[in-house]
Design a protein around this ligand. Structure first.
Ligand code: ZN
Length: 463
């Protein structure tokens, strides 16, 4: 059996494992490379990749960096099954349609420019039709249900605690004696994250592909982060300022709403106007509310004591462009959550342009900000930034809260691995920058005497 990483080797995007044995191939995830131009070659279907051999695809979770290249398989002729939890299917539908829409609108702009330069137009990576075909191939697989996806190869999905529907993929290969167990951690969540359940460690593995996004550090504890968030909100409410929270639509937005609802309900924060200015986050919230079977005990307890889910009770949805524009006239104090999470697109840009120059504005950064993004410039303390083509002075107060991460920190990665450590698996570290992989490898060596491997993309791994 040969396994090849088609991405997320030494970085964190483009997750994909191509598994080949006896002429059959299986894919675990097929994510987009982000932070590069979508139309770049890295995001095209790879030359030499024999899609004709592909028999099944299994998904760990819906994030674009794990699902964003799936439509390319359809273009390449793939018509086999794509296995995922039901929640992952629903969220993937939302995320891939959004991705196709963004590509078309981005390319429109690029192609108008290319036309003026007498250059040929670029094609989008895929269209909404490709996305619809991809969705028709999905087969629901519940957690803990064992399914034979290929003769002699069984798959089981286990809770990964990273986002709604997220899973660790366990493959049991019964082609030969004794059977071998391959585990793909997927993105692992931290223990104690709001709304969703904690990750469930797996007891035995022969080989484990372990994510290492935060292999070199721990996040600030959630309780401290919530306390700091509350202090910021109190100060802003007192100043009658606007609080802008750039947020990722799936996962982070729901956590922020949950935390906000908690503060208002326990009386530690006065009720004040809060808006979710993101149609995509609203749709993601609807999907979250359809899956109470995936909630943790705390969330279920909350649902029992209140009739509605806590998420949207304290937050007003802002759906249309007019709704969004109307928020310009909304007096403070108020809180506005809008995408994109890194302030590189979307409605948050309008709110930043309108409010960054006002000293009574607060910007609260709750997620990762990629190098070069507007969000990163704000975190780095730039005093003048360019927003929607206009220079705007930053007089707002900018605060960063690191504890809302959906990823396990180093201690939780080791806790998860501890569940299978006694079975002495071969460990292959993926989905992390080099410093994350190195630090996690050092810990695994020190605690378990394991020499973890750190392969490059396209380096065949014989199992
Ligand atoms: Zn993820």
């Amino acid at each position: 059996m040969t396994i090849t990483l088609l991405g997320a080797a030494g970085d964190v995007t483009g997750s994909a494992y191509w598994i080949e044995e006896g002429g059959d191939a299986l894919l675990v995830d097929f994510g987009l490379f982000q932070g590069v131009k979508m139309a770049e070659d890295r995001n095209r279907l790879l030359r030499g990749l024999n899609v004709g051999r592909l028999r099944a695809v299994v998904l760990t979770h819906a994030h674009l960096d794990h699902t964003g290249r799936l439509p390319l398989l359809v273009e390449g002729g793939y018509q086999g099954p794509i296995y995922a939890t039901p929640a992952t299917r629903e969220l993937t539908e939302l995320i891939l349609h959004d991705s196709a829409r963004i590509q078309i609108s981005d390319l429109d702009r690029v192609n108008r420019k290319r036309q003026r330069q007498a250059k040929p137009a670029l094609e989008p990576l895929y269209t909404p039709e490709h996305v619809s075909t991809v969705l028709s191939l999905f087969r629901a697989l519940d957690y803990e249900q064992v399914e034979e996806v290929l003769p002699g190869i069984e798959v089981r999905l286990v809770e990964a605690g990273h986002m709604l529907g997220s899973a660790t993929v366990e493959l049991t290969v019964r082609r030969g004696v004794p059977p071998r167990v391959l585990v793909f951690s997927g993105d692992l969540g931290p223990w104690g994250a709001p709304i969703i359940r904690d990750p469930v460690p797996i007891e035995r593995a022969d080989v484990v592909f372990l994510e290492s996004t935060y292999g070199d550090r721990d996040h600030r504890p959630l309780a401290e982060t919530i306390a700091e968030f509350k202090e910021i909100l109190r100060a802003a409410v007192e100043q009658k300022g606007k609080i802008l929270v750039p947020t990722f639509a799936v996962g982070r937005a729901q956590v922020i709403m949950y935390v906000l609802a908690g503060m208002v309900h326990d009386g530690s924060l006065p009720k004040f106007p809060a808006f979710l200015d993101s149609p995509m986050a609203l749709e993601a919230t609807r999907i979250y509310s359809r899956h109470p079977e995936l909630y943790d005990e705390e969330m279920l307890e909350l649902l029992k004591t209140r009739h509605k889910g806590p998420c949207l009770q304290t937050v007003t949805p802002s759906v249309t462009a007019d709704d969004s524009r109307a928020l310009n006239d909304q007096a403070g104090p108020c809180l506005i959550m809008a995408g994109a999470g890194m302030c590189n697109a979307g409605r948050i840009l309008h709110h930043l342009k309108q409010n960054l120059w006002r000293p009574e504005t607060w910007v609260v950064i709750v997620g990762y900000q990629g190098p070069g993004s507007l969000g990163r410039q704000l975190v780095d303390g730039k005093k003048m930034v360019s927003v929607l083509g206009e220079r705007v002075a930053v007089q707002a107060q900018v605060r960063t809260l690191g504890g809302f991460s959906a990823h396990a920190g180093q201690a939780d990665l080791l806790r998860w691995f501890g569940g299978m450590a006694a079975s002495g698996p071969r460990v292959i570290l993926t989905h992390g920058e080099e410093r994350g992989r190195e630090a996690l490898a050092a810990q695994l060596k020190q605690r378990h005497g394991i020499e973890a491997e750190r392969p490059s993309a396209f380096e065949p791994i014989e199992v």
